[in-house]
Design a binder for this molecule. Structure first.
Ligand code: AMP
Length: 625
């Protein structure tokens, strides 16, 4: 059996690691480099793409043929990607529901294919290192990756010729690398991971040598790249100020600015000022500027502060106070920035090793923040190969999963932060008489209305048509150890089943994750109102239907005043239903509730008549009258 390697497939950098004689180590390439930039250069249509450091160098010269940060596009469809995100130097397209593709030299490449080239390079380096073929890997993904993104990562591994033994969340891998499995029982650990393209804050608890993820919160589109962009914009404004040049139309020059900006940002983690020098942007103009750490902090503070809300939310999801934490670890290259360390220390009330301020546990920076995830993946690989059997990892699902029900509401089947692998199910029925089938619309997200959530896929299950409420369909959600969802729908009467793995993003119809998470917080009040309105509306419609059928069966036995009252109450409900705002799809809830009660009250005599008639029919049927 081949050795299993651990791979951190990062937005900015990727690494492969292994455990050798019990010691986790990062695998270096033949040039001795331990970090492979996640950058791919396509020289022309026939030659082999170039991956890593060499590709980084071509980025400034060949920006249209050099692909970077492809992880941001993994498993996502064109219509989920904002115009701002599309502002990469290589041509990227993705129409509507289609997956994204990169077009270079007239050839189209999917993000999976491009990622597979990075993985293939890591695989080749590992083979060189071991002197034998390597065909198995554990690959890490951000905790916020949804099913489509996890599947795309798995596919990239397969395209690279790797059997992906396990997809694990990055924070879980990092905690392992920090050796936190050796802490005392019930220790709680916060993992603050700020990398090139993603941010996650996860809280883990150690229980008898087993890690359990108590909560996880983050943003798949927040990272060091965003800080670079602020510095790039600052440099561009300085250039325009000094020379009136507009570099936004010259990708080659823009790529040089981007490179200089990132370098300056990194320098400022060590020094309080750094010189940015970009010679010959034109034949007459070179850029030269001294950027201070204070200025960098001023330019980026708001981005860094955005991580605070995720930290607090994660603490609150885990029902913990900062004082309840035993360890806070930093992961991701960007956490080398002093401002980030200060802020994390403040949020979690811990001691900052840079300044010795604070009074809680010290911020743990004992591992290289850029290597921790790969090392953790290697430790997990070792567990899977049976060499480290006393360690078991449990992850959680970061977003709720459910299906759409009557009136377009989200019905949660697996709530967010449920430990995986997990299985949960519920019984559903029909809302309309003699409905021949039921649409199972699988959703992920925290919003009350189905349309506001992330749509993972839809399929139908057919059954024998029957009056509404009679057919019973059991829907079961199962999330496997890789965090991939399998949905099963079963017609209870016949036992007929439809089993659907939720697969690639191309078949998926959805809103983008970040927007959804943020909107769930921003729109909490409106969401509650929307749910109340829809539920009251369903009740109103049911009562109207029952009243109309009662009126046609026994309405003639009522007095003219009783009939008038009912007609008026019906009209009133209909007029309140029209208060629904076409934009928000919410109407006057209190008025509709009152109108429902009014109709209920004045239909009591009608209900009695309907009941008497039903009794009479039953007795007749049994031959008793
Ligand atoms: P990772 O995804 O962990 O490889 O992190 C990469 C991100 O960390 C990139 O945005 C880098 O610019 C950033 N980074 C790496 N080293 C440093 C440093 N010394 N100071 C600040 N940011 C850094």
């Amino acid at each position: 059996m081949s050795k299993i390697i651990g791979i951190d497939l990062g937005t900015t950098n990727s690494l492969a690691a292994t455990v050798d004689s019990g010691i986790p180590l990062v695998i270096a390439d033949t040039a001795g480099r331990r970090i492979t930039p996640s950058v791919v250069y396509f020289p022309n249509e026939s030659s082999t793409p170039i991956v890593g450091e060499e590709a980084v160098r071509t980025r400034a010269l060949k920006p249209k043929e050099t692909v970077y940060s492809i992880k941001r596009f993994m498993g996502r469809r064109g219509n989920e990607i904002s115009a701002e995100e599309m502002l990469v130097t290589y041509p990227i397209t993705g129409k509507g529901h289609e997956g994204v593709t990169v077009e270079i030299h007239g050839q189209f490449h999917t993000p999976e294919e491009i990622s597979s080239l990075i993985l293939a390079k890591l695989k080749a380096d590992a083979e060189q290192f071991f002197g034998e073929p390597v065909t198995r890997a554990v690959i890490t993904v951000p905790a916020y990756f949804n099913d489509a993104q996890r599947n795309a990562t798995r596919k990239a591994g397969e395209l690279a010729g790797l059997t992906v033994e396990r997809i694990i969340n990055e924070p879980t891998a990092a905690a392992l690398a920090y050796g936190l499995n050796k802490l005392k029982d019930r220790s709680r650990i916060a993992v603050y991971d700020f990398g090139g393209g993603t941010f996650d804050l996860s809280i883990l608890e150690l229980n008898k040598g087993v890690f359990q993820v108590l909560s996880t919160h983050g943003d798949t589109r927040l990272g060091g790249d965003d800080l670079d962009k602020r510095v790039v914009d600052f440099i561009l404004s300085k250039i325009t100020e000094e020379s009136k040049l507009d570099l936004t139309k010259t990708p080659e020059q823009l790529a040089r600015v981007r490179e200089a900006a990132e370098l300056a940002k990194k320098q400022l983690s060590k020094y309080t000022q750094t010189r940015i020098s970009i010679p010959f942007l034109t034949s007459e103009y070179s850029f030269d500027y001294t950027l201070t750490r204070d200025k960098l902090e001023e330019l980026t503070r708001d981005i860094i502060l955005r991580t605070r809300a995720h930290c607090l939310q994660s603490l609150s999801d885990a029902h913990l106070q900062p004082e309840d934490l035993d360890q806070v670890i930093l992961v991701g290259g960007q956490t080398r920035m002093p401002l980030i360390r200060q802020m994390v220390a403040k949020i979690f009330h811990c001691k900052n090793p840079d300044s010795s301020e604070g009074n809680g546990p010290e911020l743990n920076t004992s591992q290289h923040p850029d290597e921790a995830i790969a090392l953790g993946a290697a430790i997990q690989a070792e567990v899977l190969s049976g060499s480290l059997s006393n360690l078991l990892l449990l992850d959680v699902t970061p977003l709720s999963l459910g299906i759409e029900t009557f009136g377009g509401l989200m019905n949660v089947i697996i709530p967010r932060n449920t430990t995986i692998p997990t299985k949960a199910g519920e019984l559903f029925t029909t809302a309309v008489d003699y409905q021949p089938d039921m649409l199972i619309h699988v959703l992920q997200g925290e919003r009350e209305r189905a349309a506001d959530n992330w749509s993972l896929g839809r399929f139908t299950i057919s059954f024998e048509p029957a009056p509404k409420g009679v057919p019973r369909v059991g829907v079961q959600f199962e999330i496997d150890a890789d965090g991939i969802l399998h949905v099963l729908a079963r017609d209870v009467k016949t036992g007929k089943e439809v089993n659907v793995p939720i697969k690639s993003t191309i078949d998926v119809k959805d809103e983008d994750v970040k927007k959804m998470v943020q909107e769930s917080i921003d729109h909490a009040r409106d969401d509650v109102k929307a749910r109340q309105w829809i539920e009251t509306k369903i009740r109103a419609r049911d009562t109207l239907l029952a009243t109309r059928s009662g009126m046609s069966a026994c309405g003639n036995q009522l007095s003219p005043e009783q009939r008038e009252k009912i007609e008026a109450a019906i009209k009133h409900i209909e007029s309140v239903l029209e208060t629904e705002d076409p934009l928000t799809k919410i109407g006057d809830i209190l008025k509709l509730k009152a109108a429902n009660t009014a109709l209920d009250n004045c239909t009591r005599p009608l209900a009695d008549l309907v009941m008497d008639k039903a009794m009479e029919e039953l007795l007749k049927k049994r031959g008793l009258i």
